[in-house]
Design a protein around this ligand. Structure first.
Ligand code: MD6
Ligand code: FE
Length: 206
């Protein structure tokens, strides 16, 4: 984790820390989380199956099913608490928040997203958290993806940024409730992950 990364502003409230995270260190923690709480394709409220596979760590985890989106203290597959948030994860998220000028950040939830080629995430707002006073810290690992930000409404003009292995986005302030998404993932290869992109999003949810 380099503290020498100069943040670049994508749009006001959204900062990119290029190459801030190291995939090898994070991967051994991710493997242990996935062993306890396997990746799964959740259902949307409308009954569609998400193309992104997900799991969580932390005191609460983000879930979706026919009843809607919410944070839950337990994994609905096992009914057990989600795996604990590794110290390496919370330290990285706090360092990124401080580096981007948002100050101390102590996430209680980390959503782990796995994209295979063809997977995408439609335009959405992150609004299931109790307060929007904290930013979201988002870590990209593996093959690159195009992330887009649309602003206060869905559709219309968007600002795009390509996210590479180790890139960290800090998403807060005036942008905290902006619509955003990830374009359909193109095939590529990463030495550790093959043709996969991972994304870790850290939130203060409770
Ligand atoms: C992704 N990220 O990069 C999905 N949300 O795979 C998000 O949905 C996201 O990167 C809020 C803040 C930052 C993000
Ligand atoms: Fe999001």
């Amino acid at each position: 984790m380099s503290l020498l990364t100069e943040p670049t502003c994508v749009v006001p409230g959204v900062w990119l820390l290029h190459g801030f995270a190291s995939s090898a260190a994070l991967w051994s923690e991710m493997e242990q989380i996935i062993a306890k709480a396997p990746l799964r394709h959740m259902q949307t409220q409308r009954g569609f199956t998400m193309s992104v596979a997900m799991t969580n760590c932390g005191s609460v985890g983000w879930t979706s099913d026919r009843r809607g989106y919410r944070y839950s203290p337990t994994d609905p597959i096992s009914d057990k608490p989600w795996p604990a948030m590794p110290a390496l994860f919370s330290t990285l998220a706090n360092d990124a928040s401080e580096q981007a000028g948002f100050g101390r950040f102590n996430p209680d939830a980390c959503l782990i997203n796995q994209y295979q080629p063809g997977a995408q995430m439609g335009a959405h707002q992150d609004r299931n958290e109790k307060s929007f006073d904290h930013p979201i810290v988002s870590v990209s690992l593996g093959i690159p993806a195009r992330f887009y930000i649309q602003g206060e409404t869905r559709g219309g003009q968007s600002q795009s940024v390509d996210l590479f292995d180790g890139d960290v986005i800090v998403f807060g302030g005036v942008a905290r409730q902006y619509y955003h998404g990830v374009r359909k993932l193109k095939s590529a290869s990463h030495p550790l992950f093959g043709s996969v992109r991972w994304n870790l999003t850290f939130r203060v949810a409770q």
